[in-house]
Design a binder for this molecule. Structure first.
Ligand code: NAP
Length: 508
């Protein structure tokens, strides 16, 4: 894993899609934060690439304005100046095989000379996924993508979604692997940039007390929730073609499943960790069509009233098709068929317009035997639970039973909390810093490998097929501001279990 006391390797970063939302809200602020913490070398520059014809001066002015808007706190003027002097722009038609890519090469040569940068090129594909393969092919065809054998590197970050289903993911992998090596390809999932997600590895494998009980002998079940309070927020056009399952489960949620369930890797080398994650994905039981109908639940939000505000139904949101069958909520009951997890269900869910923004992993332990308290008023013991909070507050809670003071033996439930901010102070982060830095030092641990992406799509594809073949008849089936459809509660209730619904204090 990364030594973050280091400085990134000198390189020219080229962002395709530099006029987009991701670049202005996340990538440039993340680069700024990296520079602030002295993780960027002097020999560094960024070339923004877009289809708009902008001059470097115009792009610089826009970038600095955006930085002022999107970085929290007072910006450091000297740092903004440093950035400005290292930011360039080239525009043109991405379909034009020659002109744009010749221009990029010319600017890259000039920038390298000016800032004394070796021929290390870091390409960030912040463009619609349909353009990924074509742009990568043009980069390579114009001699900007192949590594030159002198120790200089060419690395490519591809944004999500990586594929739309198993077939398209396989096709995209095949197209990229025809022109690039796997080690040059970084498939990003920005969830892995979050501290708590990375801390999950340290929590599990850096402490000796958890691992012995992290298995079917002690764990009753696992719940993973990624709940969003917002609706589609102007992204209706994209979302209506994707839906909750595609948008969240093969990427974010499966990353959380694999890091929770994997065996200790033999080392923290990228492939050692990713091998273990892949084994879990391969052990997740794929549903037959009949099982998909029972173990996968979909929902779509209707209108609702939250904090006195009327919220519209999904089907009336901008750019959403009338009568749309797209799900805004998905829940699955997964089985991991291996020795550690046999018969321990992993319930996962994600949805929009939930009561609160909250992502967490809940490890629910089995109940202790009653024997000790047989002749006391204790009727039910508290079951132990470890809740790993991922957002908005990052931290870990251990839930356990304690004796209520007094002459009679009564037990109550108490929580022991560790909160990142209380302990380590506020960390200013977009979630992209670590991932950009890792790419600049060649550490792919937190990026998805081709086989992981395909295994993930392989799990969700049968569900997508069944849902496409059997259109939903009861949409909308949950109110905006609720925890999803009743069927999601039934998914656990029929196993005698309940979702753990954590509401952020602001939303109580
Ligand atoms: N925004 C996020 O927080 C977020 C989160 C996760 C993943 N992503 C992924 O990141 C990528 C970029 O997202 P975004 O939100 O930045 O999208 P966006 O705001 O729509 O920007 C996309 C960029 O691609 C350019 N572009 C679009 N169509 C093009 C075409 N046919 N030829 C050349 N350039 C074209 C746009 O140029 P113009 O300015 O000229 O339109 C813009 O620079 C997408 O793959 C998205 O799925 C974004």
């Amino acid at each position: 894993m990364t030594d973050t006391t280091k400085t990134a390797e000198p390189c020219v970063m080229m962002i395709f899609g530099a006029t987009g939302d991701l670049t202005k809200r996340k990538l440039f602020p993340a680069l700024y934060n990296l520079a602030k913490d002295e993780h960027l070398p002097e020999s560094f520059a960024v070339i923004g690439i877009g289809r708009q014809e902008l001059s470097t001066e115009e792009f610089r002015a826009e970038t600095i304005n955006n930085l002022r808007e999107f970085i929290p706190g007072e910006p450091d003027d000297a740092l903004l100046k440093w950035f400005e002097g290292r930011t360039y722009y080239t525009g043109g038609d991405f379909d034009d095989d020659k002109k744009l890519f010749k221009d990029i090469k010319a600017v890259a040569d000039e920038v390298r000379e000016r800032h004394d940068i070796p021929a290390n090129f870091f390409y960030y594909m912040a463009i619609p996924p349909a353009l990924f393969a074509g742009v990568a092919q043009k980069i390579v065809a114009n001699n900007l993508g192949k590594e030159d054998g002198n120790g200089n590197w060419r690395r490519f970050i591809f944004e999500k979604p990586f594929g739309h289903d198993l077939e398209s993911a396989r096709k995209l992998n095949a197209e990229l692997l025809k022109i690039l090596r796997e080690r040059q390809i970084y498939r990003i999932d920005h969830y892995l940039g979050k501290e708590t997600v990375q801390n999950l590895i340290v929590f599990r494998f850096g402490n000796s007390i958890f691992e012995p009980i992290w298995n079917r002998n002690y764990v009753d079940h696992v719940q993973i929730t990624v709940a969003e309070k917002l609706g589609v927020e102007g992204r209706g056009g994209y979302y209506d073609t994707a839906g909750a399952l595609r948008d969240m489960i093969p990427n974010h949620i499966f990353q959380l499943v694999t890091l929770t369930a994997m065996e200790p890797p033999v080392s923290f080398q990228a492939d050692a960790v990713r091998d273990e994650q892949t084994k879990i994905l391969n052990a997740v039981k794929c549903f037959t069509p009949e099982e998909a109908l029972v173990n996968a639940v979909r929902g779509q939000y209707g209108s609702g009233n939250v904090d006195g505000t009327e919220l519209p139904a999904y089907r009336t949101e901008d750019k959403v098709a009338e009568g749309s069958p797209t799900e805004t909520f998905a829940a699955l009951k997964l089985s991991i068929d291996n020795w550690r997890w046999a018969d321990v269900p992993f319930y996962v869910r994600t949805g929009k317009r939930m009561p609160t923004k909250h992502s967490s992993i809940v490890i629910q332990f089995k109940q202790a035997p009653f024997i000790l308290f047989r002749d006391t008023p204790v009727e039910r013991l508290t079951t132990n639970r470890i809740e790993i909070h991922i957002q908005p507050d990052e931290g870990i809670t251990l839930h356990f039973g304690a004796k209520i003071p007094g002459p009679v033996v009564k037990t109550g439930a108490v929580d022991m909390d560790f909160n990142y901010v209380d302990h380590f102070g506020e960390q200013v982060s977009t979630g992209y810093e670590r991932l950009l830095f890792d790419c600049m030092i060649g550490d792919a641990t937190l990026f998805q490998r081709a086989d992981m992406v395909e295994a993930s799509w392989g799990i969700v594809s049968p569900i997508l097929d069944v849902w496409a073949a059997v259109p939903p008849r009861n949409f909308s089936n949950y109110e905006a501001g609720s925890w999803g459809p009743a069927e999601a509660d039934d998914l656990l209730a029929r196993d005698g279990r309940k979702w753990k619904n954590t509401v952020h204090p602001e939303d109580k």
